[in-house]
Ligand binder design. Structure first.
Ligand code: SF4
Length: 420
C-alpha cells in the first residue's frame, strides 16, 4: 500500500515539474513515506529523519516532508520534535501534495471522505506489473492494528474508474495488476468484489489479475468461483490467519474462529486444488499461552501454507491490544517467532518440491542479476522461477518445467512460449 502511495506522490511531483534524484544531497525535496504497523519501522524512520538534518544547512532550499501513517498519527508532534520538517501529511491527503509545496509549511491530516474519487497519477517504476488501488481504509478494527485510525473508514473506488485505469495500463503494455485494499472482499461500490473481477477480466492485453488482502471472514463462495472460472485471476490468495488459537483470534477481534478459517481453506482447495495460500502470523499476542502458540504451530502443519509473513506482536499506541494485560516478554515472543519460521521453512520447501516436474505458466519479469543468460519471473501461484532464456522474453508468458525447487525460488527449463 505504501509503495503504491509513493508512486502516487511521484506522479504528482512529476506533473509539478520535479525530477527524481538517487542522491539525497542533490534533492530539493525529501519525502519520508512512513509505516507505523510495527515499532521497528517507526524507529528506523526516526533515525533516518535525524540523519538528514545536516543536509538542510548545506542546502537552504531543501524541504522535508513526512507522509504516511506515522504522519497521520503524530501530526504536529513531528514538527515539535523535528523542527527541520516542513510538511506533514497523512495517506488520505496525498492529493494535496502539489498545493502544499507552494506553501512554506503545512500539516494535513484531515479525514478525506472523497478519497475514492481522487484518481491520482502514478509514476510507476516497472512496466510489466502494476498496483491498482480499489479501496481505501478499513472498518475492521482488529485490536492490534493502527490502519483504521490512520487510513480512515472503508471507501471503494467506482468500478468504472478502476476499469479505466487498468485499461490504460494494458494499452501501455502492462501485463499484470494487483488490486489493492486492506480488505478487498468487502469492496462495495456500484458492484461487489467478484463483480469487479468479472468486469476487469474483460480488458484485452491484461493477462493476470492478483489481489491483496482478503479478510477470511469475508471470503465468499462467489469469489472462489471467480478465481476458478476467470482465467486471468491467478490461483493465489493471501489470507491472513494471525493465530491458530480461537481464543486469541477473539482477543484480536478477527471475527472468525480457527474452525471457520479451516473450513474456508478446505472449500477453496476443494474447488481450486492448485491454489497457493499464504498468510500472516503474529507471534506473542498479549496473553498468548504456550497452548495457544502450540495451536498456531498445529495450524501451520495442518494447513501447509505456501508461505507466511510472521512477526512478533508489536504494541501500537491507541489500539485495543496495546491496553490489554499480560503482554508477553520479548524473549518469549522471539522464541515463538523462531519456532514458527523454522517450521514454515520446512513446509514451504515441501510445497515447492511438490512442483518439481510440473509445467508452470510464468510471466517473465527481468534478467537474473547474478547470472548471464538467465531470466526470471513468477508462476500464477506467485513463486519466483529462474531459467535460461533470452531477455526478449521479458514481458511475455512462457511455460516452464520446474526442475529444482528451493525454499525461496524454483529453477526450471523453458518448454514453450505463450499461454499454457
Ligand atoms: S483487517 Fe484488521 S489487520 Fe487488516 S487493516 Fe483492517 S484492522 Fe488492520
Amino acid at each position: 500500500m505504501n509503495v503504491h502511495d509513493s508512486e502516487k506522490m511521484a506522479g504528482i511531483l512529476k506533473a509539478e515539474g520535479y525530477a527524481e534524484t538517487a542522491n539525497a544531497e542533490d534533492a530539493d525535496l525529501i519525502i519520508f513515506n512512513t509505516c507505523s504497523i510495527r515499532q521497528k519501522a517507526e524507529q528506523k524512520f526516526r533515525s533516518e529523519l535525524g540523519k538528514i538534518k545536516s543536509l538542510k544547512s548545506k542546502n537552504p532550499l531543501l524541504k522535508i516532508a513526512v507522509a504516511g501513517c506515522i504522519a497521520q498519527q503524530k501530526g504536529r508532534d513531528i514538527l515539535k520534535r523535528s523542527p527541520h520538517v516542513d510538511y506533514v501529511f497523512g495517506p488520505q491527503n496525498i492529493y494535496k501534495l502539489g498545493a502544499m509545496l507552494t506553501t512554506s509549511g503545512m500539516v494535513c491530516i484531515e479525514d478525506n471522505p472523497d478519497i475514492q474519487y481522487s484518481d491520482l497519477p502514478s509514476e510507476r517504476k516497472e512496466n510489466i506489473k502494476a498496483w491498482v488501488s480499489i479501496m481505501y481504509g478499513c472498518n475492521n478494527f482488529c485490536s492490534y492494528c493502527v490502519v483504521p485510525y490512520t487510513r480512515g473508514r472503508e471507501r471503494s473506488r467506482p468500478s468504472l474508474n478502476i476499469y479505466e485505469e487498468i485499461h490504460a495500463l494494458a494499452e501501455k503494455g502492462f501485463k499484470e495488476i494487483t488490486l489493492l485494499g486492506q480488505n478487498v472482499n468487502s469492496y462495495n461500490s456500484d458492484t461487489d468484489f467478484p463483480g469487479l473481477l468479472r468486469k476487469i477480466s474483460t480488458i484485452n492485453g491484461m493477462e493476470r489479475i492478483r489481489f491483496v488482502t482478503s479478510h477470511p471472514r469475508d471470503l465468499s463462495e462467489s469469489l472462489t468461483r471467480c478465481i476458478k472460472e476467470l482465467p486471468k485471476v491467478c490461483e493465489h490468495i493471501h489470507l491472513p490467519l494471525q493465530s491458530g488459537s480461537s481464543s486469541i483470534l477473539k482477543l484480536m477481534n478477527r471475527g472468525y474462529t480457527f474452525e471457520d478459517y479451516i473450513e474456508k481453506v478446505g472449500k477453496l482447495r476443494k474447488s481450486i486444488p492448485q491454489i497457493a495460500i499464504t498468510t500472516d502470523i503474529i507471534a506473542g499476542f498479549p496473553s498468548e499461552t504456550d497452548k495457544d502458540h502450540a495451536e498456531t504451530m498445529t495450524a501451520l502443519k495442518t494447513i501447509e501454507f505456501d508461505g507466511i509473513y510472521a512477526f512478533k506482536y508489536s504494541p501500537r499506541a491507541g489500539t485495543g491490544a496495546a491496553g490489554m494485560e499480560n503482554h508477553i516478554p520479548e524473549g518469549i515472543k522471539a522464541q515463538r517467532l523462531d519456532e514458527i519460521l523454522k517450521l514454515q521453512d520446512e513446509i514451504t520447501l515441501k510445497c515447492n518440491k511438490g512442483l518439481e516436474g510440473s509445467v508452470q505458466e510464468v510471466l517473465v519479469e527481468a534478467n537474473v542479476k547474478s547470472g548471464k543468460g538467465r531470466i526470471t519471473g513468477r508462476t500464477r501461484s506467485n513463486k519466483i522461477v529462474s531459467f535460461e532464456g533470452d531477455e526478449s522474453l521479458i514481458g511475455g508468458l512462457v511455460n516452464i518445467e520446474i526442475k529444482t525447487a528451493m525454499r525461496h525460488s524454483l529453477e526450471g527449463r523453458l518448454v514453450s512460449q505463450g499461454k499454457s
